[in-house]
Design a binder for this molecule. Structure first.
Ligand code: GDP
Length: 192
């Protein structure tokens, strides 16, 4: 692709010319905030009380990672994946990124996250980018899982680690952006 950016008269520079798409899956215990994180990222909104999603919801969102490159995420929200184990192989197939979410106020949710990381290691592509995501950062006063404990686990298994709040939006977009930056963008562009 040629760089004829001087022809553009837009003040903010030319629109990105490189476009890549990746499948990203969300995993984690029920009610940790998976759908809320997706809603925050896709619609920049938050709903206090949510209907539990049935089956797998599917949304897309693009994010510009540099002047020239847009990454489109095809986001698969498990929606109680634990109740739909038969979906698992379809769910993981060709996933290039995974957000394994836990709730900092729910002790059990980190153990569940550990379980999902193991499952990903067994079933997903070996080069999948996995991020451990601590949600509900706005509920700091009710925190049961320390940053140190989660970060240590993430380091041991070579996972990215982020702390977010779907409610306030803190760090949500940056998390997706950081994950996008770890993806094999150049390889994917060469294949297309
Ligand atoms: P999922 O089952 O993992 O998809 O979880 P949901 O997105 O349905 O969220 C479960 C509950 O947690 C809902 O009542 C949400 O409003 C709430 N929730 C989600 N994210 C946050 C957050 O960042 N902070 C707070 N305080 N509540 C949240």
């Amino acid at each position: 692709m040629s760089e004829t950016s001087s022809q553009s008269s837009a003040l903010n520079g030319p629109p990105p010319t490189r476009f890549v798409q990746f499948k990203l899956v969300l995993l984690g215990e029920s009610a940790v905030g998976k759908s809320s994180i997706v809603q925050r990222f896709v619609k920049d909104s938050f709903t206090e009380l949510r209907e539990s999603t049935i089956g797998a919801a599917f949304l897309t969102q693009t994010i510009q990672v540099d002047l020239n490159t847009t990454v489109k995420f095809e986001i698969w929200d498990t929606a109680g994946q634990e109740r739909y184990r038969s979906l698992a192989s379809m769910y993981y197939r060709n996933a290039q990124a995974a957000l394994v979410v836990f709730d900092i106020t729910q002790e059990s949710s980190l153990d569940k996250a550990k379980y999902w990381v193991k499952e990903l290691h067994k079933q997903a592509n070996s080069d999948i980018v996995i991020a451990l995501v601590a949600n509900k950062l706005d509920l700091e006063a009710e925190r049961k899982i320390s940053t140190e404990e989660a970060q240590t686990f993430a380091n041991e298994l070579n996972l990215l680690y982020f702390e977010v709040s779907a409610k306030t939006g803190e760090n949500v977009k940056d998390t997706f952006r950081e994950v996008a930056l770890k993806l094999p963008i150049e390889d994917k562009l060469k294949q297309s």
